[in-house]
Write a protein that binds this ligand. Sequence first.
Ligand code: NAD
Ligand code: GLY
Length: 355
Amino acid sequence: MANINVKISRSEKTYPIYIEKDDITNLKLKITQSLRSDKYLVVISEKVEKIYGKILGFSKDEKFVLKDGEKEKNFENYKKIINKAMEKGLKRNDSIIAIGGGVTGDLAGFAAATYMRGIDYIQVPTTLLACVDSSVGGKVAIDTKAGKNLVGCFYQPKSVFINLNFLKTLDERQYKTGLGEVVKYIFIEKNCKCQVNFSNFMSENTGKILSRDLNVLEKMIEICIKLKVSVIEQDEEEQGLRKILNFGHTYAHALENLTRYNKYTHGEAVVKGIKFAFNLAEKRSLIDKNYRYFADDILGKFNFTEIPDYPKDKILQIMKMDKKNYSSKITFILPVDYSTVEEFSLYEDEIFPSR
Ligand code: NAD
Ligand code: GLY
Protein backbone atom coordinates (compact mmCIF):
# COMPACT_ATOMS: atom_id res chain seq x y z
CA MET A 1 0.00 0.00 0.00
CA ALA A 2 1.24 3.49 -0.87
CA ASN A 3 0.04 6.81 0.49
CA ILE A 4 0.74 10.04 -1.34
CA ASN A 5 -0.07 13.42 0.20
CA VAL A 6 -0.98 16.26 -2.10
CA LYS A 7 -0.18 19.79 -0.88
CA ILE A 8 -1.58 22.53 -3.10
CA SER A 9 0.67 25.53 -2.40
CA ARG A 10 -1.72 28.26 -3.62
CA SER A 11 -4.60 27.29 -1.36
CA GLU A 12 -2.67 25.40 1.34
CA LYS A 13 -5.07 22.48 0.81
CA THR A 14 -3.83 18.93 1.40
CA TYR A 15 -5.35 15.54 0.70
CA PRO A 16 -4.31 11.90 0.76
CA ILE A 17 -4.27 9.44 -2.13
CA TYR A 18 -4.37 5.80 -1.00
CA ILE A 19 -3.23 3.10 -3.44
CA GLU A 20 -3.99 -0.43 -2.26
CA LYS A 21 -5.04 -3.89 -3.34
CA ASP A 22 -7.06 -4.90 -0.23
CA ASP A 23 -10.37 -6.67 -0.49
CA ILE A 24 -13.02 -4.32 -1.98
CA THR A 25 -15.45 -5.39 0.79
CA ASN A 26 -13.48 -3.18 3.21
CA LEU A 27 -13.63 -0.06 1.08
CA LYS A 28 -16.98 1.34 2.25
CA LEU A 29 -15.86 1.38 5.87
CA LYS A 30 -12.52 3.05 5.03
CA ILE A 31 -14.26 5.74 2.99
CA THR A 32 -17.10 6.45 5.41
CA GLN A 33 -14.70 6.59 8.39
CA SER A 34 -12.79 9.34 6.59
CA LEU A 35 -15.86 11.60 6.14
CA ARG A 36 -16.76 14.63 8.25
CA SER A 37 -20.36 13.44 8.72
CA ASP A 38 -22.39 10.28 8.21
CA LYS A 39 -24.44 11.75 5.35
CA TYR A 40 -23.33 11.31 1.77
CA LEU A 41 -24.44 10.60 -1.78
CA VAL A 42 -22.66 7.95 -3.86
CA VAL A 43 -22.49 8.63 -7.61
CA ILE A 44 -21.56 5.32 -9.22
CA SER A 45 -21.11 4.25 -12.84
CA GLU A 46 -23.80 1.79 -13.98
CA LYS A 47 -21.30 -0.84 -15.07
CA VAL A 48 -19.34 -0.59 -11.82
CA GLU A 49 -22.61 -0.82 -9.90
CA LYS A 50 -23.49 -4.03 -11.79
CA ILE A 51 -20.14 -5.66 -11.07
CA TYR A 52 -19.32 -4.30 -7.61
CA GLY A 53 -22.58 -2.86 -6.21
CA LYS A 54 -23.20 -5.77 -3.81
CA ILE A 55 -19.57 -6.07 -2.66
CA LEU A 56 -19.33 -2.35 -2.02
CA GLY A 57 -22.46 -2.49 0.12
CA PHE A 58 -23.94 1.00 -0.27
CA SER A 59 -27.74 0.96 -0.03
CA LYS A 60 -29.99 1.84 -2.97
CA ASP A 61 -31.13 5.03 -1.33
CA GLU A 62 -27.53 6.23 -0.90
CA LYS A 63 -26.76 5.96 -4.63
CA PHE A 64 -27.20 7.80 -7.90
CA VAL A 65 -26.43 5.30 -10.67
CA LEU A 66 -24.95 7.03 -13.73
CA LYS A 67 -25.40 5.50 -17.18
CA ASP A 68 -22.16 4.88 -19.04
CA GLY A 69 -20.59 6.97 -21.77
CA GLU A 70 -19.13 10.43 -22.36
CA LYS A 71 -22.57 11.72 -23.37
CA GLU A 72 -23.73 11.26 -19.76
CA LYS A 73 -21.32 13.97 -18.50
CA ASN A 74 -24.06 16.51 -19.13
CA PHE A 75 -26.27 19.22 -17.55
CA GLU A 76 -29.19 16.81 -17.19
CA ASN A 77 -27.29 14.40 -14.96
CA TYR A 78 -25.68 17.32 -13.11
CA LYS A 79 -29.19 18.57 -12.24
CA LYS A 80 -30.32 15.08 -11.22
CA ILE A 81 -27.35 14.70 -8.84
CA ILE A 82 -27.95 18.13 -7.30
CA ASN A 83 -31.65 17.30 -6.86
CA LYS A 84 -30.84 13.95 -5.26
CA ALA A 85 -28.40 15.68 -2.88
CA MET A 86 -31.17 18.15 -1.94
CA GLU A 87 -33.71 15.34 -1.44
CA LYS A 88 -31.27 13.61 0.86
CA GLY A 89 -30.81 16.89 2.73
CA LEU A 90 -27.04 17.02 2.26
CA LYS A 91 -25.50 19.97 4.12
CA ARG A 92 -22.15 21.70 3.85
CA ASN A 93 -20.20 19.16 5.91
CA ASP A 94 -21.65 16.18 3.99
CA SER A 95 -20.04 14.52 0.97
CA ILE A 96 -20.36 13.12 -2.52
CA ILE A 97 -18.51 9.89 -3.25
CA ALA A 98 -17.66 9.28 -6.94
CA ILE A 99 -17.11 5.63 -7.89
CA GLY A 100 -16.24 4.98 -11.55
CA GLY A 101 -14.11 6.24 -14.39
CA GLY A 102 -13.30 9.78 -15.44
CA VAL A 103 -16.86 10.50 -16.58
CA THR A 104 -18.28 9.74 -13.13
CA GLY A 105 -15.45 11.53 -11.30
CA ASP A 106 -15.61 14.71 -13.42
CA LEU A 107 -19.41 14.98 -13.18
CA ALA A 108 -19.77 14.09 -9.49
CA GLY A 109 -16.80 16.35 -8.68
CA PHE A 110 -18.44 19.26 -10.48
CA ALA A 111 -21.71 18.66 -8.63
CA ALA A 112 -19.79 18.62 -5.32
CA ALA A 113 -17.88 21.79 -6.26
CA THR A 114 -21.09 23.74 -6.85
CA TYR A 115 -23.56 22.21 -4.35
CA MET A 116 -23.93 24.77 -1.52
CA ARG A 117 -20.78 26.47 -2.89
CA GLY A 118 -18.78 23.30 -2.47
CA ILE A 119 -18.95 20.17 -0.33
CA ASP A 120 -16.38 17.40 0.13
CA TYR A 121 -16.02 14.77 -2.57
CA ILE A 122 -14.14 11.51 -2.56
CA GLN A 123 -12.71 10.00 -5.73
CA VAL A 124 -12.81 6.22 -6.08
CA PRO A 125 -11.37 5.72 -9.59
CA THR A 126 -12.16 2.36 -11.16
CA THR A 127 -10.50 2.77 -14.59
CA LEU A 128 -6.77 2.99 -15.18
CA LEU A 129 -7.22 6.41 -16.79
CA ALA A 130 -9.05 7.71 -13.73
CA CYS A 131 -6.37 6.25 -11.39
CA VAL A 132 -3.42 7.91 -13.13
CA ASP A 133 -5.05 11.11 -14.27
CA SER A 134 -8.62 12.29 -13.77
CA SER A 135 -9.07 11.47 -10.05
CA VAL A 136 -6.05 13.57 -9.09
CA GLY A 137 -5.63 17.30 -9.58
CA GLY A 138 -9.14 18.68 -9.20
CA LYS A 139 -10.25 19.32 -12.77
CA VAL A 140 -14.01 18.78 -12.66
CA ALA A 141 -16.41 19.52 -15.50
CA ILE A 142 -19.36 18.67 -17.68
CA ASP A 143 -19.63 18.77 -21.47
CA THR A 144 -21.89 21.04 -23.53
CA LYS A 145 -23.09 20.74 -27.13
CA ALA A 146 -20.21 23.03 -28.13
CA GLY A 147 -17.55 20.72 -26.73
CA LYS A 148 -15.98 18.74 -23.90
CA ASN A 149 -15.37 20.08 -20.39
CA LEU A 150 -16.60 23.56 -21.27
CA VAL A 151 -18.33 24.10 -17.91
CA GLY A 152 -16.16 23.27 -14.96
CA CYS A 153 -13.70 24.44 -12.34
CA PHE A 154 -10.68 23.41 -10.28
CA TYR A 155 -11.89 21.75 -7.09
CA GLN A 156 -9.69 19.27 -5.27
CA PRO A 157 -11.13 16.06 -3.76
CA LYS A 158 -11.04 15.43 0.00
CA SER A 159 -9.30 12.12 -0.67
CA VAL A 160 -8.70 9.53 -3.39
CA PHE A 161 -9.08 5.79 -2.75
CA ILE A 162 -7.47 3.66 -5.46
CA ASN A 163 -8.14 -0.06 -5.22
CA LEU A 164 -6.25 -2.01 -7.88
CA ASN A 165 -8.73 -4.88 -7.82
CA PHE A 166 -11.18 -2.79 -9.84
CA LEU A 167 -8.77 -2.90 -12.78
CA LYS A 168 -9.19 -6.68 -13.17
CA THR A 169 -12.61 -6.27 -14.81
CA LEU A 170 -11.75 -3.43 -17.20
CA ASP A 171 -12.05 -4.56 -20.80
CA GLU A 172 -8.88 -4.56 -22.88
CA ARG A 173 -9.83 -1.42 -24.78
CA GLN A 174 -10.45 0.60 -21.62
CA TYR A 175 -7.26 -0.75 -20.06
CA LYS A 176 -5.23 0.36 -23.11
CA THR A 177 -6.97 3.73 -22.95
CA GLY A 178 -5.53 4.21 -19.49
CA LEU A 179 -2.11 3.15 -20.75
CA GLY A 180 -2.36 5.98 -23.29
CA GLU A 181 -2.27 8.50 -20.41
CA VAL A 182 0.39 6.44 -18.63
CA VAL A 183 2.89 6.53 -21.52
CA LYS A 184 2.45 10.32 -21.71
CA TYR A 185 4.43 10.60 -18.46
CA ILE A 186 7.48 8.98 -20.11
CA PHE A 187 7.85 12.01 -22.36
CA ILE A 188 7.26 14.77 -19.77
CA GLU A 189 9.04 13.27 -16.79
CA LYS A 190 12.00 15.68 -16.64
CA ASN A 191 9.73 18.75 -16.56
CA CYS A 192 8.14 17.25 -13.45
CA LYS A 193 11.52 17.27 -11.69
CA CYS A 194 10.92 13.78 -10.27
CA GLN A 195 13.85 11.38 -10.64
CA VAL A 196 12.06 8.12 -11.44
CA ASN A 197 13.37 7.04 -14.87
CA PHE A 198 9.90 6.08 -15.92
CA SER A 199 10.89 5.07 -19.46
CA ASN A 200 13.16 2.35 -18.02
CA PHE A 201 10.39 1.17 -15.72
CA MET A 202 7.93 0.97 -18.62
CA SER A 203 10.41 -0.82 -20.93
CA GLU A 204 11.48 -3.34 -18.30
CA ASN A 205 7.94 -4.16 -17.20
CA THR A 206 6.01 -4.12 -20.48
CA GLY A 207 4.90 -7.78 -20.24
CA LYS A 208 3.76 -7.51 -16.63
CA ILE A 209 1.94 -4.26 -17.36
CA LEU A 210 0.10 -5.81 -20.29
CA SER A 211 -0.84 -8.84 -18.19
CA ARG A 212 -1.99 -6.55 -15.31
CA ASP A 213 0.40 -7.81 -12.65
CA LEU A 214 -1.02 -5.99 -9.63
CA ASN A 215 2.37 -5.41 -7.95
CA VAL A 216 3.74 -3.75 -11.08
CA LEU A 217 0.53 -1.80 -11.62
CA GLU A 218 0.72 -0.52 -8.06
CA LYS A 219 4.22 0.84 -8.70
CA MET A 220 3.29 2.21 -12.13
CA ILE A 221 0.23 4.06 -10.81
CA GLU A 222 2.22 5.38 -7.85
CA ILE A 223 4.90 6.82 -10.18
CA CYS A 224 2.34 8.44 -12.51
CA ILE A 225 0.54 10.02 -9.57
CA LYS A 226 3.78 11.28 -8.03
CA LEU A 227 4.69 12.88 -11.36
CA LYS A 228 1.26 14.48 -11.70
CA VAL A 229 1.20 15.63 -8.08
CA SER A 230 4.62 17.27 -8.44
CA VAL A 231 3.13 19.36 -11.26
CA ILE A 232 -0.24 20.31 -9.78
CA GLU A 233 1.27 21.18 -6.41
CA GLN A 234 3.15 23.97 -8.18
CA ASP A 235 0.47 25.00 -10.65
CA GLU A 236 -3.05 23.99 -9.66
CA GLU A 237 -4.88 26.15 -12.22
CA GLU A 238 -2.78 25.51 -15.33
CA GLN A 239 -1.16 28.93 -15.50
CA GLY A 240 2.17 27.43 -16.61
CA LEU A 241 3.78 24.11 -15.73
CA ARG A 242 0.50 22.12 -15.64
CA LYS A 243 0.16 22.66 -19.41
CA ILE A 244 2.73 19.89 -19.91
CA LEU A 245 0.04 17.39 -18.85
CA ASN A 246 -1.68 18.30 -22.13
CA PHE A 247 1.11 16.63 -24.13
CA GLY A 248 -0.59 14.91 -27.09
CA HIS A 249 -3.92 16.53 -26.26
CA THR A 250 -4.17 19.32 -28.89
CA TYR A 251 -4.42 16.78 -31.70
CA ALA A 252 -6.32 14.29 -29.49
CA HIS A 253 -9.11 16.74 -28.64
CA ALA A 254 -9.50 17.70 -32.32
CA LEU A 255 -9.64 14.05 -33.33
CA GLU A 256 -12.20 13.19 -30.62
CA ASN A 257 -14.34 16.16 -31.64
CA LEU A 258 -14.10 15.34 -35.36
CA THR A 259 -15.17 11.77 -34.73
CA ARG A 260 -17.99 12.91 -32.37
CA TYR A 261 -16.55 11.30 -29.25
CA ASN A 262 -17.80 7.88 -30.29
CA LYS A 263 -15.09 6.40 -32.51
CA TYR A 264 -11.99 6.57 -30.33
CA THR A 265 -11.50 6.63 -26.57
CA HIS A 266 -9.62 9.53 -25.00
CA GLY A 267 -6.47 7.47 -24.41
CA GLU A 268 -6.44 6.15 -27.98
CA ALA A 269 -6.67 9.72 -29.26
CA VAL A 270 -3.88 10.82 -26.87
CA VAL A 271 -1.50 8.19 -28.29
CA LYS A 272 -2.24 9.45 -31.81
CA GLY A 273 -1.67 12.99 -30.51
CA ILE A 274 1.69 12.00 -29.00
CA LYS A 275 2.77 10.55 -32.36
CA PHE A 276 1.60 13.71 -34.10
CA ALA A 277 3.59 15.86 -31.64
CA PHE A 278 6.73 13.76 -32.30
CA ASN A 279 6.30 14.16 -36.09
CA LEU A 280 5.81 17.89 -35.76
CA ALA A 281 8.79 18.26 -33.42
CA GLU A 282 11.01 16.32 -35.82
CA LYS A 283 9.85 18.41 -38.80
CA ARG A 284 10.67 21.57 -36.84
CA SER A 285 14.09 20.09 -35.85
CA LEU A 286 13.27 20.29 -32.15
CA ILE A 287 14.39 16.68 -31.71
CA ASP A 288 16.66 14.32 -33.62
CA LYS A 289 15.68 11.07 -35.37
CA ASN A 290 17.00 8.92 -32.52
CA TYR A 291 14.55 10.34 -30.04
CA ARG A 292 11.75 9.87 -32.55
CA TYR A 293 12.79 6.17 -32.98
CA PHE A 294 12.91 5.78 -29.21
CA ALA A 295 9.33 7.10 -28.93
CA ASP A 296 8.09 4.87 -31.78
CA ASP A 297 9.77 1.89 -30.15
CA ILE A 298 8.31 2.35 -26.68
CA LEU A 299 4.82 3.14 -28.01
CA GLY A 300 5.07 0.09 -30.30
CA LYS A 301 5.64 -2.20 -27.30
CA PHE A 302 2.14 -1.48 -26.00
CA ASN A 303 0.34 -2.33 -29.24
CA PHE A 304 -1.97 0.67 -29.23
CA THR A 305 -4.83 0.90 -31.74
CA GLU A 306 -3.57 2.29 -35.06
CA ILE A 307 -5.49 5.41 -36.02
CA PRO A 308 -5.35 6.70 -39.63
CA ASP A 309 -4.54 10.33 -40.47
CA TYR A 310 -7.64 12.52 -40.72
CA PRO A 311 -8.06 15.40 -43.23
CA LYS A 312 -5.70 18.23 -42.23
CA ASP A 313 -8.19 21.03 -42.92
CA LYS A 314 -10.85 19.48 -40.66
CA ILE A 315 -8.37 18.83 -37.85
CA LEU A 316 -7.01 22.40 -38.15
CA GLN A 317 -10.46 23.94 -38.07
CA ILE A 318 -11.18 22.26 -34.73
CA MET A 319 -7.70 22.88 -33.30
CA LYS A 320 -8.23 26.61 -33.87
CA MET A 321 -11.17 26.55 -31.43
CA ASP A 322 -9.16 24.84 -28.66
CA LYS A 323 -9.64 26.61 -25.34
CA LYS A 324 -5.87 26.40 -24.72
CA ASN A 325 -5.06 28.86 -27.58
CA TYR A 326 -4.51 32.55 -26.79
CA SER A 327 -4.45 34.03 -30.31
CA SER A 328 -4.88 32.89 -33.90
CA LYS A 329 -1.98 30.53 -33.28
CA ILE A 330 -2.48 26.97 -32.08
CA THR A 331 -0.86 25.86 -28.85
CA PHE A 332 1.06 22.59 -28.71
CA ILE A 333 3.21 20.87 -26.12
CA LEU A 334 6.10 19.39 -28.09
CA PRO A 335 9.10 17.21 -27.21
CA VAL A 336 12.43 19.05 -27.24
CA ASP A 337 14.67 16.47 -25.57
CA TYR A 338 14.44 13.08 -23.83
CA SER A 339 11.47 13.23 -21.43
CA THR A 340 11.31 17.01 -21.82
CA VAL A 341 8.60 19.11 -23.47
CA GLU A 342 7.94 22.80 -24.13
CA GLU A 343 4.95 24.88 -25.12
CA PHE A 344 4.80 26.29 -28.69
CA SER A 345 2.23 28.51 -30.41
CA LEU A 346 2.21 27.84 -34.13
CA TYR A 347 0.54 29.23 -37.24
CA GLU A 348 -1.42 26.80 -39.43
CA ASP A 349 1.27 26.57 -42.06
CA GLU A 350 3.89 25.83 -39.43
CA ILE A 351 1.82 22.78 -38.47
CA PHE A 352 0.89 21.64 -41.97
CA PRO A 353 3.21 23.40 -44.44
CA SER A 354 1.43 23.90 -47.77
CA ARG A 355 4.35 22.42 -49.69
P1 NAD B 1 -15.29 6.28 -18.47
O1 NAD B 1 -15.52 6.95 -17.19
O2 NAD B 1 -16.28 6.52 -19.56
O3 NAD B 1 -15.14 4.73 -18.21
C1 NAD B 1 -14.93 3.87 -19.30
C2 NAD B 1 -15.80 2.64 -19.27
O4 NAD B 1 -15.27 1.72 -18.31
C3 NAD B 1 -17.24 2.89 -18.85
O5 NAD B 1 -18.11 2.15 -19.64
C4 NAD B 1 -17.28 2.39 -17.41
O6 NAD B 1 -18.50 1.96 -16.99
C5 NAD B 1 -16.32 1.24 -17.48
N1 NAD B 1 -15.72 0.88 -16.18
C6 NAD B 1 -15.29 1.72 -15.21
N2 NAD B 1 -14.69 1.04 -14.25
C7 NAD B 1 -14.75 -0.27 -14.59
C8 NAD B 1 -14.29 -1.46 -14.00
N3 NAD B 1 -13.58 -1.45 -12.85
N4 NAD B 1 -14.52 -2.64 -14.63
C9 NAD B 1 -15.19 -2.66 -15.81
N5 NAD B 1 -15.63 -1.57 -16.44
C10 NAD B 1 -15.43 -0.37 -15.82
O7 NAD B 1 -13.89 6.67 -19.13
P2 NAD B 1 -12.46 7.04 -18.52
O8 NAD B 1 -11.51 6.71 -19.58
O9 NAD B 1 -12.29 6.51 -17.16
O10 NAD B 1 -12.55 8.63 -18.38
C11 NAD B 1 -12.73 9.47 -19.49
C12 NAD B 1 -13.23 10.80 -18.98
O11 NAD B 1 -12.25 11.35 -18.12
C13 NAD B 1 -13.49 11.82 -20.07
O12 NAD B 1 -14.70 12.47 -19.80
C14 NAD B 1 -12.33 12.81 -19.91
O13 NAD B 1 -12.69 14.12 -20.29
C15 NAD B 1 -12.08 12.73 -18.43
N6 NAD B 1 -10.72 13.12 -18.01
C16 NAD B 1 -10.61 14.00 -17.00
C17 NAD B 1 -9.36 14.36 -16.55
C18 NAD B 1 -9.25 15.31 -15.38
O14 NAD B 1 -8.15 15.74 -15.08
N7 NAD B 1 -10.34 15.59 -14.71
C19 NAD B 1 -8.21 13.81 -17.12
C20 NAD B 1 -8.36 12.90 -18.17
C21 NAD B 1 -9.64 12.55 -18.61
N1 GLY C 1 -5.39 15.76 -17.38
C1 GLY C 1 -4.66 16.98 -17.44
C2 GLY C 1 -4.66 17.71 -16.15
O1 GLY C 1 -5.08 17.21 -15.13
O2 GLY C 1 -4.20 18.82 -16.14
